[in-house]
Design a protein around this ligand. Structure first.
Ligand SMILES: CC(C)(COP(=O)(O)OP(=O)(O)OC[C@H]1O[C@@H](n2cnc3c(N)ncnc32)[C@H](O)[C@@H]1OP(=O)(O)O)[C@@H](O)C(=O)NCCC(=O)NCCS
Length: 219
């Protein structure tokens, strides 16, 4: 399903449950530490998805270790992103020569809890969500905004190693399954070629909202 919103340069794999044959490298198991079964299963299954996605790029399985602020480490020359929510796990990868930054996110397609939209949305985003909700009421636009913001953060952070708050980018979703993101904070001085605009696509199906944010190298 997620492949429907990704360009051909991006390989992906997904799972609608936990994969019984999924396994971890010892380094990945050590990095996870002592956690509950649900966390262990999502961490393991999403890495199984990531290894399938890397296979699509012609790359062998490698440990995918959580790094700074939880961002996973990818092989040299590769960008990637992972997501999991109830009933869904997915990973996407691409050669950095094709895609400079890539983030994906999945969320249950349900309204955000009371008060959360006010916390995550800039005033212009809240107005847009309200307008879109009147026009296309079958989409939970508040959840889609949240999902798109998380995807943007997952694309931004590995490229910059800097935090981006919910007020750090303005997201403009559209009913045609796209969104645009404009970062409002200055690019970190020590980093070259930081993407400050992201193109996004989203999909709502089977009780899920999926979003991807990316910055192709040609942009
Ligand atoms: C990090 C964050 C985006 C994760 O999103 P989430 O919906 O809670 O969780 P998901 O299951 O979709 O994604 C988790 C995966 O994201 C990846 N991830 C975690 N931190 C990351 C980071 N800093 N950068 C990139 N990817 C990250 C990991 O692969 C993680 O899975 P793993 O721990 O099993 O390896 C979220 O917790 C967060 O901190 N958000 C605040 C920042 C933000 O969204 N700003 C908005 C900017 S407009």
């Amino acid at each position: 399903m997620i492949d429907e919103i990704l360009p051909v340069a991006v390989t992906s794999a997904e799972s609608f449950g936990d994969a019984p044959k999924a396994w971890l490298f010892p380094e990945e198991a050590a990095a996870l530490g002592e956690v509950g079964g649900a966390r262990r299963r999502e961490y393991t299954t999403v890495r199984h998805c990531a290894r399938r996605a890397l296979g699509g790029l012609g790359l062998a399985p490698v440990p995918l270790l959580p790094g700074v602020r939880g961002a996973p480490g990818w092989p040299d020359g590769v960008v990637g992103s992972m997501t999991h929510c109830v009933g869904y796990r997915a990973a996407a990868t691409a050669h950095r020569s094709d895609v400079r930054a890539l983030g994906i996110d999945a969320e249950p397609h349900a309204p955000l809890p009371e008060g959360v939209l006010g916390y995550i949305a800039l005033p212009e985003e809240a107005s847009r969500v309200a307008r879109l909700a009147r026009r296309v009421p079958e989409v939970h636009w508040d959840r889609l905004l949240f999902c798109a913001k998380e995807a943007v953060y997952k694309a931004w952070f590995p490229a910059t190693h800097t935090w981006l708050g919910f007020d750090g980018a303005v997201i403009s979703p559209a009913p045609d399954g796209t969104f645009h993101a404009r970062v409002l904070v200055p690019a970190p001085a020590q980093r070259d070629c930081v993407p400050l605009e992201f193109d996004g696509r989203w999909l709502m199906r089977d009780g899920l909202v999926l979003a991807c944010a990316l910055s192709p190298t040609q942009v």
